[in-house]
Design a protein around this ligand. Structure first.
Ligand SMILES: [Zn+2]
Length: 110
């Protein structure tokens, strides 16, 4: 679980509010209720959608395949954006490297 404001996972429990577990972020002080548990999507599902996005799928494609509203996915991407190590651009690099290796292999055979 991460802070909805700064995405930190430095979270502590902060009592209960209206019967729900309340949390507070130790980094920025933001208080919040465990929002992942009541939006209907487990963390794993969310990660799968974000992985699809990182691999170059559009929001419409994710919406169609995963049956999740694209605005929800856009929100997740914004929440997680800072944490993702790979941008879609980075994913093109290994493909180019493989093409170069293939070209070298073809040249050697000549
Ligand atoms: Zn925070």
């Amino acid at each position: 679980m991460n802070c909805p404001k700064c995405s930190s996972n430095n979270i502590r429990k902060n009592g209960h509010r209206r019967g729900k577990q309340n949390y507070q972020c130790k980094d920025c002080g933001r208080q919040f209720i465990n929002f992942y548990s009541h939006n209907g999507y487990p963390e794993k599902f969310k990660e799968e959608c974000l992985t699809m996005y990182v691999n170059g799928n559009g929001f419409r494609a994710i919406e169609r395949i995963k049956k999740v509203n694209r605005n929800t996915v856009i929100r997740w991407v914004r929440e997680k954006g800072k944490q993702l190590p790979d941008s879609p651009e980075d994913y093109k690099i290994p493909q180019v490297a493989q093409l170069d290796e293939l070209q070298t292999f073809v040249d050697k055979k000549k």
